[in-house]
Design a protein around this ligand. Structure first.
Ligand code: F6R
Length: 244
């Protein structure tokens, strides 16, 4: 793992955006794996600026998002579909046929999940996956105790995740209790990974991910076994790391 400690959120966002843009410049038909949540918002803003400055072209890019809440429609402002349109896709020249986000409204979850993995394989796998991390160490919505062999599947959200994500909803009761998430195995098959984290609340998860034992209770710790991971963290998220 390569660890880059930066001063603040803005610096993290710029570095991550430059890495994503470089990937697309080097391979215009790149397959990007994308995350939602608070962490990558600044990165998406920077990517949009790069696009507006004509430094990067998304016309051939394909994207696969990590996850979607189960039971939320595309029109729901809390859905990850809505988030992605709002924070990135509406502002760049991506072809909407190249956007892939799990559908949280399907009846047949199993076939939706199988199909999602199949589509990733068919396009040749994910070239660059962007990840955030939960306070409990989840990546995607792969919660503690997950099987490292998991592919895209329906997950029960952890109490900590529901608590933490309630900030986006009117009340905790409104947070869906299930989601469709890319599995750890799917994530680990990505050719390159960028993990982003900011703030004190992520310090423990970052410490366990990088310096701890590989352990399903800390899902992100499996990234130690991936050959090309860059972790970009601000000083607060890095505060517990032993970087010798
Ligand atoms: C979102 C995702 C999650 C988030 C994580 C951190 O697509 O997969 O793993 O990256 O919950 O969320 P924030 O960035 O809101 O702290």
């Amino acid at each position: 793992m390569r660890i880059i400690v930066v001063d603040n959120y803005e610096e993290m966002s710029k570095k991550a955006a430059n890495m994503v843009a470089s990937q697309v410049i080097l391979k215009p038909n790149s397959v990007l794996g994308l995350a939602t949540g608070d962490t990558p918002v600044g990165m998406y803003e920077e990517i949009i600026s790069l696009y507006k400055n004509e430094e990067v072209d998304f016309s051939k890019v394909k994207t696969f998002n990590l996850d979607e809440y189960y039971g939320l429609s595309k029109e729901n402002p809390q859905s990850y579909y809505y988030y992605m349109m709002n924070h990135l896709f509406n502002h760049v020249n991506i072809d909407e046929n190249n956007i892939n986000i799990p559908n949280g409204m399907v009846d047949n979850i199993e076939s939706e999940c199988k199909n999602y993995d199949k589509r990733i394989v068919e396009v040749g796998g994910i070239d660059l996956q962007v990840l955030g991390i939960g306070v409990n160490g989840h990546i995607g919505f792969n919660e503690p105790d997950i099987s490292f062999e998991s592919e895209t599947h329906l997950v029960n959200l952890d109490e900590k995740t529901i608590e933490s994500n309630s900030r986006f909803f009117n009340s905790k009761e409104e947070v869906p209790t299930k989601a469709i998430s890319m599995g750890i195995k799917t994530i680990m098959h990505s050719k390159k990974i960028i993990l982003l984290a900011c703030g004190n609340s992520k310090a423990n998860a970052i410490f366990e991910t990088i310096n701890g034992k590989i352990n399903p209770n800390m899902p992100a710790s499996i990234l130690q076994l991936h050959r090309d991971v860059v972790v970009i963290v601000d000083k607060e998220a890095a505060s517990k790391l032993n970087l010798e």
